[in-house]
Write a protein that binds this ligand. Sequence first.
Ligand SMILES: Nc1ncnc2c1ncn2[C@@H]1O[C@H](COP(=O)(O)OP(=O)(O)OP(=O)(O)O)[C@@H](O)[C@H]1O
Length: 455
Amino acid sequence: MNKSKDDSILLTHILEHSFDEIFIADATGMVLYASQSTETVFGIPCEQIVNHNIFELEKQGLFSPSVIASVLRTNKEVTLIQETNHNRKLIISGYPVYDQSGIVIGATSFSRDITEFESLRKENEQVARALLKYQEENEKLREQATQPFFISNRKMEKVFEVVSKVADINITVLLEGESGVGKNHIGYKMHQMSSRKAEPFIEVNCGAIPESLFESELFGYEEGAFTGSKKGGKKGYFEIAGKGTLFLDEIGELPLNLQVKLLSVLQNQTFMRIGGTKKIEVNCRIICATNQNLEKMIKERKFREDLYYRINVIKVEIPPLRERKEEIIPLIYEITEQVNRKYQLNSYFTPTMAAWLSQQNWPGNVRELQNYIEKKIITSSGNEIDLDWGEEETKKDSFTQSTKEIPLNDYIETLEKEYIVRMYHKYPSSIKLAEILGISQSTANRKIQKYVEQR
Ligand SMILES: Nc1ncnc2c1ncn2[C@@H]1O[C@H](COP(=O)(O)OP(=O)(O)OP(=O)(O)O)[C@@H](O)[C@H]1O
């Protein structure tokens, strides 16, 4: 057997089966070997390369630059990424080849096609970016879900704590507070926070339904139950609420005889339609609300004590707005956004106006503030709604009187506080806040702590 011939066959076999495209050139740049796959990658047939000088080929622009030529010029290893005329992206490494005395006798280069790898990398980057975005959105949604109200007041923090704890527990909750403080609003938020959120939320104003209709409205009736009853009968609110939430507003307005009926339903967890014989199970969760002093009503024998204890498993007292003035500014911006959306406007209250509004007492609570804002927006001529000193200075508790002659630093801090609270309400994340306000995240965190959390 001819050993050197066999060695040559073995060497060619290895070269041809390598994953890389391989070039071998002598010290003058004459190409001695080029892999067969070179044509697919570079778009140049092997015959145009082998036995041609690499410096010439480079001059002709077939390789720009040629790694082999670079190696021979510098006698150093070279690695670069190159895009071929065939739109393939390659990572190419070239190495000088030395003889035993250390003289360069040629060069080799190994190219790996990374086109697919590159597009996968790009795709991967896109997926990573999209994932980050979803994570941010998810984080935002999670924050919103766990913090459904804007809370910047200790008393409201307590309200939120209790409400969040019991939102998904099937116990009757009694919400107490002056008219307009947001009892319905909180009742609905509780429903949204519960696993019943996809089911109906049915609001019943106990004070608005005539006594004679109350039973049929609440429990429904069977066909023919009374003259004028609908064909096929009618579902009552308990049935309509299904597995959702039944919000019994103004429970104190319920006449005594109906209080007995409601108590019986709550105790037995079943009811019957008027004229019906079948017991229907109560599946809904009950939330009651009142702006009356039920304990006083019990003493006056206007409200049944047994029903009171039944609905008062958990009592949540919602403070009036005047006891949580810190929340007025965020509310102003939230309500303004709602009104703007409703009328497709772009109105806004100046910080001075917002600060002034936050000093007022609002005896009608959030509802009064809401009506005021809506009226102001509708009746104002421009987008900006500023404090009209002439109109407002007669009112008590005015911002002018309390802050007109305060030190400049205090005034600036008041404005800064208002702005941070408003922006944090809109972007409840220190990263986003920092980005919007052009400040560092640590500054944003400090300001959130100072103005939002420490109150
Ligand atoms: N935190 C809040 N954010 C935005 N709007 C609110 C908030 N709280 C209350 N509101 C709005 O204020 C108005 C009055 O609130 P709501 O009806 O919940 O008060 P209420 O205490 O149930 O009043 P009532 O005792 O008269 O039934 C509603 O239009 C409600 O949407």
